[in-house]
Ligand binder design. Structure first.
Ligand code: ADP
Ligand code: MG
Length: 366
């Protein structure tokens, strides 16, 4: 997460240090490539990785050269002038359409910059993109980094959980996440839904959602998740009360309601729901959480996320929290050291814990 060109939560940067440091210590010329946000194949200055170079430099205690391109003459020149143990960060890979298209030309050109490939981007392993999948075909040596390996180790706890397993799901990426939730509904003993995702679920049950974020075309998927949970005898919990506002605004004072009025937007789960979810956490043996319960970036809408986070932190359960914003919320609340594992992957962790194949991992195996 960034705000005004500064990294506001450096969890993912810190998590990448171990592998980078080993490569530096080994005398490699390290070309770091990554993405940020969803610029959709076009240059978008607000998604530049430049602020990340600064954060990386601080955490490595080692200079990091930044070049505002990922291919081409300037990149080649920057690589040529790298010393052994030197670090170069390329510009956002998603500024190039070939990255998400997994275009073979782009994958080959990226691969040609280097001799050896290391994938430490667990959070993108569920995508078959040029930098996560395509380029391995053009390199003789491809490896998993230590972050990626450690993520798999921790997420295996959710894959083969001590039961009862509680999965808490929220956040805004409804269409991304709903598609993989059906299996998760069957895998978990209790699935508790909050965040914007909850309103697509409520809509699928014919409940009022006002002007809350609902993805109409995903309502059938939500229905399937509910049916899946029901037919396998699992518990699926949806919010029973809500914090609503007229407009999403820092100064708005939310009102607690049981049913969302037509003209209101739900921005957080209500207190009764938050207590119910926190109680579920206290009786679970394993908790997996992805996605905040409300628009937690605005303090007045963070109460639900806060209550649930405290419940998870205080629980004896083994807890794994995944997703950029979810982890940021935990850090903001100062609860990080009471959580078993903070995963750098949101969508990837969702996909992995239910036993689905991840293209980035399959490519490394190959
Ligand atoms: P993660 O990064 O943890 O995987 P997402 O990116 O899916 O989570 O979602 C995080 C975003 O969801 C946050 O920016 C938060 O403001 C937003 N969000 C949560 N609840 C709501 C809501 N009720 N309406 C709109 N946005 C929401
Ligand atoms: Mg996010």
């Amino acid at each position: 997460p960034l705000r005004d060109g500064v990294v506001t939560d450096d969890t993912r940067v810190r998590a990448s240090i171990e592998t980078l440091q080993r490569l530096i210590d080994g005398g490699a010329k390290v070309i770091v490539a990554s993405h940020l946000g969803r610029p959709k194949g076009k240059v978008d200055p607000s998604s530049s990785l430049r602020p990340v170079a600064q954060s990386l430099e601080e955490h490595l205690g080692h200079p990091v050269t930044f070049v505002d391109a990922c291919l081409g003459k300037r990149v080649e020149e920057a690589i040529a002038s790298l010393s052994d143990g030197g670090v170069l960060l390329l510009e956002n890979l998603r500024f190039e359409a070939g990255e998400e298209q997994n275009h073979p030309d782009f994958a080959r050109d990226l691969a040609n910059l280097a001799d050896v490939y290391v994938n430490d981007a667990f959070g993108t392993a569920h995508r078959a993109h040029a930098s996560t999948e395509g380029m391995t075909a053009y390199l003789e040596e491809s490896y998993a980094g230590s972050l990626l390996l450690s993520e798999l180790e921790h997420l295996d706890i959710v894959r083969n959980p001590k039961r009862p397993l509680l999965c808490l799901l929220g956040g805004a990426k409804v269409s991304d996440k709903l598609a993989v939730l059906e299996a998760l509904a069957r895998h978990s003993d209790v699935l508790a839904v909050g965040g914007a995702m909850a309103y697509t679920f409520l809509a699928s049950k014919g409940q009022p959602t006002g002007r809350s974020l609902v993805e109409a075309e995903r309502i059938p998927d939500a229905r399937k998740v509910i049916d899946s949970a029901e037919s396998s005898g699992r518990k699926l919990l949806l919010p029973v009360d809500h914090r609503v506002v007229d407009e999403i605004d820092e100064s708005a004072v939310p009102e607690v309601v049981d049913f969302i009025p037509d003209d209101k937007i739900a921005v957080d789960i209500g207190p009764q729901t938050a207590r119910m979810y926190a109680e579920e956490a206290s009786s679970a043996a394993t908790v997996f959480w992805n996605g905040p319960m409300g628009i937690f970036e605005i303090p007045a809408f963070a109460e639900g996320t806060r209550t649930v986070a405290r419940g998870v932190a205080e629980s004896e359960a083994r807890s794994i929290v995944g997703g950029g914003d979810s982890v940021a919320a935990i850090n903001q609340l100062g609860l990080a050291d009471q959580i078993g594992h903070l995963s750098t992957g949101g969508g990837a962790s969702l996909q992995y814990v239910q036993g689905l194949a991840l293209p980035g991992l399959t490519a490394l195996d190959r």
